[in-house]
Write a protein that binds this ligand. Structure first.
Ligand code: GDG
Length: 472
């Protein structure tokens, strides 16, 4: 059985199964932020990745791709319904995003979550070297750290939580709240996006488990009376800023940005890029823009809104309802305020290649990130990274993790529609000198703290823990 020094465990493998040139299925890399973050570590350490292959009932043996061992975990249609769409996206996602949508608590979903988490944990335990590292990613796998610890007490375990961790009063609703905390505390390092998330986690531990916490640490009692110290702190995730800047310098991307501007034709372009998700505040953004048009403060010719809403979780009911609502609102606003020559809102329910996204970022005078709650929000950082000439305005929700680092954006409370309208007007009329001053500060933050640094800081804490343990 092939084994690796570092095993990353994530819901999805970083590859897609597609049809090859002769019609046979092949694997193609689907590089996302996480892959980039871990690339260096994976190569220096000899890495493996455990995750679902993207198709139900796919039974495939572990295989090598670009020096990484990929270990597919098989999920049936029922697993996907109950563990993924059910417990992960119908219970945990809304509960952890401040119950913007109502979480459903179903025992059959929980049972599937336990069963599937065990499958991921077993695959990780089977493929990690003696004394190696296992690094678990995100809310779909909160029980995996504890399960791996039981199977392989010799390994050092990290967990990173990409979404918010809610306040105690909300977390306390979860019928399986103790099991989830114990699951996470199986890790040696539990990482969060914001300091506030780590604080919420520690408060829940004190209230529900009565374990002491101090600074970045939680002390977990053990039966042999040799308490284990778990680190829980913020490691704000980021992007590969240089990669985005490189794309933004490509002549074809620059030409595409100019073409977009010319064809759209309005004086100013405001842009929103989100997965179609109720946490992203798309409805609030549309409402504010629609009211600015209705009040006569702007016309569609003066400021167009381009909204990319990439398709997401179509199997979950709340997402189907949200899509209907957004599309109705867009149609109403366009019906009332577009002209034959000019469309007020260009709404696109499609996914695009990264080059097209960067061209849009370059074309946009104002980027609207108005999430009601968001772990970090990488779109905000991507916009900042590509603005090499220091022009452009970022409007950023104070409820997105990115607001902790990007305080020089125009911060908004997306629930305050009047406030948001004023901020949009301010963004549209901001003098170039102020744009440059704000953009420079934000760009420094994003380039100084890129995703490689994020990966390194988690891994260096894991290495330190392993070294300490070995010397004991
Ligand atoms: C979760 C947390 C946290 C979107 N549409 C297209 C496309 N994208 C890319 C963006 C960006 C990424 O997807 C979205 O990242 P976000 O951070 O905005 O949001 P989530 O998907 O909700 O991610 C979030 C993140 O995990 C990381 O920890 O920041 O808070 O919710 O990179 O550019 N990319 C392409 N075409 C699209 O149509 N190519």
């Amino acid at each position: 059985m092939p084994r690796a020094d570092l095993v990353v465990v994530a819901n999805r493998l970083p590859v897609d199964r597609v049809e090859g040139p002769d019609g046979e299925p092949i694997w193609r890399r689907s590089p996302g932020g996480l892959v980039t973050a871990l690339e260096q570590a994976m190569h220096s350490l000899d890495g493996a990745w455990v995750g679902w292959g993207g198709k139900p009932d796919l039974e495939v043996e572990p295989f090598e791709l670009d020096d990484t061992l990929l270990v597919p975990v098989s999920l049936s249609r029922e697993d996907l319904r109950d563990y993924y769409e059910g417990f992960s996206n119908g219970t945990i996602w809304p509960l952890y995003h401040d119950v913007i949508a109502a979480p459903e608590f179903k025992r059959s979903w929980w049972d599937a979550y336990v069963r599937v988490n065990r499958r991921f944990a077993e695959a990780a335990a089977e493929h990690v070297e003696d004394g190696g590292f296992v690094w678990v990613q995100d809310y779909q796998l909160q029980l995996v750290p504890q399960m791996v610890r039981e199977l392989r007490p010799d390994v050092t375990i990290g967990y990173f939580h990409h979404i918010p961790f809610p306040a105690y009063a909300l977390f306390a609703q979860l019928p399986w709240r103790r099991q989830v905390l114990e699951g996470l505390l199986g890790a040696d390092v539990v990482g969060f996006q914001r300091l506030a998330d780590a604080g919420n986690f520690q408060r829940s531990i004190r209230r529900l488990l009565n374990y002491p916490t101090k600074g970045d640490t939680v002390t977990v009692p053990t039966i042999d009376d040799d308490p284990r110290v778990v680190i829980s702190k913020a490691y704000p995730i980021s992007i590969d800023a240089n990669h985005f800047l490189e794309l933004a310098k490509r002549p074809d991307v620059i030409a595409r940005a100019q073409q977009l501007r010319e064809e759209i034709g309005s004086e100013k372009l405001m842009l929103g890029v989100d997965r179609l998700d109720y946490t992203k505040g798309i409805r609030h953004r549309l409402k504010a823009y629609g009211e600015l048009l209705a009040d006569g403060r702007i016309s569609g010719h003066e400021a167009t809104l381009v909204q990319i809403a990439s398709p997401s979780r179509p199997g979950v009911e709340a997402y189907q309802e949200l899509r209907d609502e957004i599309e109705m609102t867009v149609a109403r606003i366009n019906g009332d305020y577009s002209t034959v020559e000019n469309t007020a809102i260009r709404y696109l329910h499609q996914g695009y290649p990264r080059e097209e996204m960067v061209a849009l970022y370059l074309a946009a005078d104002v980027m609207l990130v108005t999430a009601l709650r968001d772990g970090m929000n990488l779109v905000a950082k991507e916009y900042v990274a590509v603005r090499g000439d220091n022009t452009g305005v970022l409007v950023l929700s104070e409820f997105a993790g990115a607001a902790d680092e990007l305080g020089s954006a125009l911060l908004v409370n997306p629930h305050d529609i009047e406030g948001m309208k004023d901020i949009m007007m301010r963004a549209l009329t901001m003098p170039p000198a102020e744009q440059a001053r704000r953009m420079k500060t934000m760009r420094r933050k994003v380039f100084d703290n890129d995703v490689e640094k994020w990966g390194q800081s988690v891994l260096s804490d894991l290495r330190e823990i392993r070294a300490r343990r070995r010397s004991q």
